[in-house]
Write a protein that binds this ligand. Structure first.
Ligand code: HEC
Length: 136
């Protein structure tokens, strides 16, 4: 009788596991605080709002309106939930909405730029990070 040659390839179960891990990675559409933390730094939020969100970043002194203290959600005029903050980032904040009355005539000027170049998922990740700063 002739001996069969057995080729030792990767175990089929291993292949299945790797396949499902790839599927999961491709489908992970949930925002993450850690991602938000990185994006908060990469997108210059910290330059205005400060690294810990107190509204005391290096650029704050040069701005017409003091950046909102992100640790105090009670003063967020556009809402402080995940979706509300993500929307604020998509829209930016105009002078008309500013807490500084003197800026209210400047409807079309932004006191905070909009971040509409980011994806919705990225804005929601940043929102989660902002929420994690509440009461900090
Ligand atoms: C150019 C400076 C600047 C940058 C950059 C900036 N902000 Fe702001 N932000 C402001 C100012 C100014 C306000 C409004 C203060 C006011 O009400 O007059 C504000 C307001 C906010 C508010 C409160 C809005 C509300 O509902 O009242 C949130 C939340 C916020 N910023 C988050 C962020 C995040 C997150 C980033 C980065 C993606 C960011 N900001 C980048 C200056 C900035």
């Amino acid at each position: 009788m002739r001996a069969e040659t057995v080729t030792l390839g990767p175990h089929p179960v291993l292949i299945l596991v790797i396949f499902w891990l790839l599927v999961l990675a491709a489908c992970s559409h949930s925002p993450s605080i850690n991602q938000g933390k990185v994006l908060y730094r990469e997108n210059g939020c910290a330059s205005c709002h400060g690294l810990s969100g107190h509204g005391d970043g290096p650029a704050a002194a040069t701005l017409p309106a003091k950046p909102t203290d992100l640790n105090n959600p009670a003063i967020f005029k556009r809402g402080s939930g995940e979706m509300a903050v993500a929307q604020t980032l998509a829209d930016g904040v105009t002078g008309a909405e500013s807490s500084i009355p003197a800026l209210h005539h400047s409807h079309h000027e932004f006191v905070m730029p909009k971040f509409d170049h980011l994806t919705e998922l990225e804005r929601r990740s940043i929102a989660l990070y902002v929420i994690s700063l509440h009461g900090y």
